[in-house]
Design a protein around this ligand. Structure first.
Ligand code: MN
Ligand code: MN
Length: 315
């Protein structure tokens, strides 16, 4: 069973596109890290399109190479990594059924002892992922986003892309005191999401504070908040400025730059990360493909983080 990415076997524009040109294998058994697509955007409040994220990120991820130029980590030397495909849905217009399908898929991954790195999909997918992997203890969370995603409901629906961390917290999957939300901004019609996060004890770093603190201080704060316990990393691409990531459903100007995002992720080495995702890449709003390239590159940064953590635990 090939589990190593073979960068030189053929040119990068050739072959069937998997994430990072890793081998495709349906069964997660024997892997350390599974790359997974969740092509679902039935829970957005406005502009759909993130269902096309996984396929476009797979395509753009063929531009990724192996060795990280700063850390010199080669995740493919450290870990067994494969693309295990997309979550499939029995009833794609039934959101509750979709939540169950996502949870069941990640339960299978978790049961195999495999760390998931996922491409969304809208942000509602993170709730069922957390349901599957936070079985034993509530998780810490590093959440980069323009939005806290701790609202209660939208137009009568409790399950949508602005509520995953409220639901996760209510279910005891998320430790509010070990949660940091970074890059928050943009006007809202009600402050209740912001207030919920703050009232529950989450550390909310609004964009203005991010700018004032600088990336290094944000990293220090994030590491302090999540500590040594198991932690999930979730990156909503709308946390970036739409200059860098216009292909997303709810863009907010005045956001994080790509170089700040890379610095931020590189500052999260050797935390106890047990999963990560990049969500809300909506290719139809960015015909240049750049948002998908950005999303794929963020996934590569996360892959290096996860691989190092796994290798260190093994040692
Ligand atoms: Mn979000
Ligand atoms: Mn967002």
């Amino acid at each position: 069973m090939p589990t190593k990415q073979d960068q030189m076997s053929h040119p990068r524009y050739m072959g069937i596109p998997t994430f990072m040109r890793t081998p495709y294998q349906e069964d997660p058994a024997g892997l350390d890290i599974a790359l997974i697509g969740v092509p679902y955007d039935g829970a957005v409040t406005n502009r759909a399109g993130a269902r096309h994220g996984p396929r476009e990120m797979r395509d753009q991820s063929s531009l990724m190479r192996a060795i990280h130029h700063v850390t010199r980590i080669n995740p493919y030397e450290l870990c067994r990594i494969a693309d295990i495909g997309d979550v499939t849905f029995d009833a794609v217009f039934d959101h509750k059924a979709v939540v169950c399908d996502i949870e069941a898929f990640y339960e299978r991954v978790h049961a195999a002892g495999v760390i998931p790195l996922s491409a969304g999909g809208d942000h509602s997918i993170t709730y069922p992922i957390m349901k599957a992997i936070a079985r034993t203890a509530p998780l810490g969370l590093i959440h980069i986003d323009a939005h806290t995603d701790t609202w209660d409901q939208f137009q009568g629906s409790k399950f949508m892309h602005g509520t995953p961390f409220r639901r996760a917290h209510e279910d005891g999957l998320l430790d509010a005191n070990r949660t940091v939300q970074i890059g928050i901004r943009g006007a809202q019609n009600t402050p209740e999401g912001w207030e919920y996060s703050l009232e529950q004890g989450m550390r909310v770093i609004f964009m203005e504070e991010f700018t004032e603190m600088g990336v290094d201080a944000v990293i220090e704060e994030a590491r302090h908040v999540v500590g040594e316990g198991p932690t999930y990393l979730s990156f909503d691409v709308d946390g970036l400025d739409p200059v860098y990531a216009p292909g997303t459903g709810t863009p907010e100007i005045g956001g994080i730059t790509t170089i700040e995002a890379q610095a931020l992720l590189r500052g999260l080495r050797n935390l106890n990360l047990i999963g990560a995702d990049v969500v809300e890449v909506a290719p139809p709003y960015d015909p240049s493909g750049n948002t998908s390239l950005v999303g794929a590159t963020l996934m590569y940064e996360m892959l290096c983080l996860l691989a190092e953590v796994i290798a260190n635990k093994r040692a």
